[in-house]
Design a protein around this ligand. Sequence first.
Ligand code: FES
Length: 574
Amino acid sequence: MTTSSDKKLRSQAWFGKMNKDGFIHRSWMKNQGLPHHLFDGRPVIGICNTWSELTPCNAHFRELAEYVKKGVYEAGGFPVEFPVMSLGESNLRPTAMLFRNLASMDVEESIRANPIDGVVLLMGCDKTTPALMMGAASCNLPTIGVSGGPMLNGRYKGRSIGSGTGVWQMSEEVRAGKIDIEEFISAESCMNRSRGHCMTMGTASSMASMVEALGMSLTHNAAIPAVDARRQVLAHMSGRRIVEMVREDLTMDKVLTRQAFENAIRVNAAIGGSTNAVVHLLAIAGRIGVQLTLEDWDSLGSSVPCLLNLQPSGEYLMEDFYYAGGLPAVIREMGSLIHRDALTVSGSTLGEHTSDAPCYDRKVILPISAPLKDKAGIAVLKGNLAPDGAIIKPSASTPSLLVHRGRAVVFESVEDLHERINDEALDIDESCVMVLKGAGPKGYPGFAEVGNMPLPPKVLRKGISDMVRISDGRMSGTAYGTVVLHVSPEAALGGPLALVQSGDMIELDVPNRRLHLDVSDEEMERRRALWSAPVRPARGWYKIYVDHVQQAHLGADLDLLVGASGAAVPRDSH
Ligand code: FES
């Protein structure tokens, strides 16, 4: 293994020069009170921080960064914290996903353009994790992930409520007339009551688990609550470890191998993880140069059982998960489903970290012999309605709806849905298939989490809580239902979804992985001749994004960002 003694650190191209340029690089840094010896050739560690008061899930990251710095100093490194674009899921419109690739560019260029030898990624809220992983992967320096940790369990009227999942449940109860709006609003301050990200197994917790399963963090990164002092210890130890990683030249590509992605896909099934992990892992793989396809999700993960009894698939929350043993206990339980010799950032293998991992609560982490759900991974559907694929999470679906033929009720946009869904005159019942267009990467734009459409009140009043829903959008990781997502190509690109009309018959057959629109080819051609593409944005990021974003089955990255550029030192500016 190469060591720093035989490989010159890239930061020395800035700080190691005894000329005008070196003077400029060091002198301005010294205005922060930094002593001269910090520029002596020790590893410079960039702490990539997504702190923002507009990203409440990451609002504690300035403090967390201080613990990373302690570890970096302790190991003989030089920490430098820098901000990157932060993506707050609960505030950003039209959707935080519109900005994932933009934030990843910020991360990539900030790392490459600066005197940095190794990187610590501070990430938490949904899109911050993939954005930072993608950007860092394009640079491929030694890199370690530190997640911000989940919030404490929500507590309301003596019971646990999960962020996201509780909102969907209670808002449907309001629409069904079961609870009033005052009770709904009173749950606000009880649901999200500590620092940290959503504490269900939503996208943030899923992606924190992916980081750990990929080997990109120290053990227990996924589940330690944000307010638990052991989260700060993890940050401290990660700061120590990244300095060693620079000395060992342990770059990201040595950890993010095909084996690592296979492990992550299977772990996502075993934890009942988010459907959003599909697009994020495809995009990260694309950056680091690992061949990963949408079909891999089905062939590798669909038969894996769910071992974790966490909302939205089950009952408990992330705090319970940590106390039960965390992700190492799940990975140990997965046995031969895991490549145990996959390398992690610790320098040891995933198997070494998990082979003795204890489980303290079998109600939360179930044995593989008696799982929470069988065959819990993502199923990939194909057919004339989704030639390039669509996905469904059977474990979050109603079993009796997994094979279903129904009459389409089409909504041309989210606005159309909101305008008509509460109309008692809407011609719809529970046997219908709800279809939403215009929610894909180019169409929304930004690939919104609107696929779990609300059900019509007249269906809810019958006590029915699920219907087949199909869209080119995504779904919150905290949501559930028989929801077909990520239909590709999307409607805005003229995919077959664009041509569906209310009254058409649609067949969903998950066991046979089929999504079929029962309309003749001739009729589809007739409709296609009448179809016109939506007007594209004219300027700025929206234009760049819509012109270059790839379809869902490829990970929705920009075509010009796939692949990596490494971290060669750019030319000087002086
Ligand atoms: Fe940030 Fe859920 S809103 S993780």
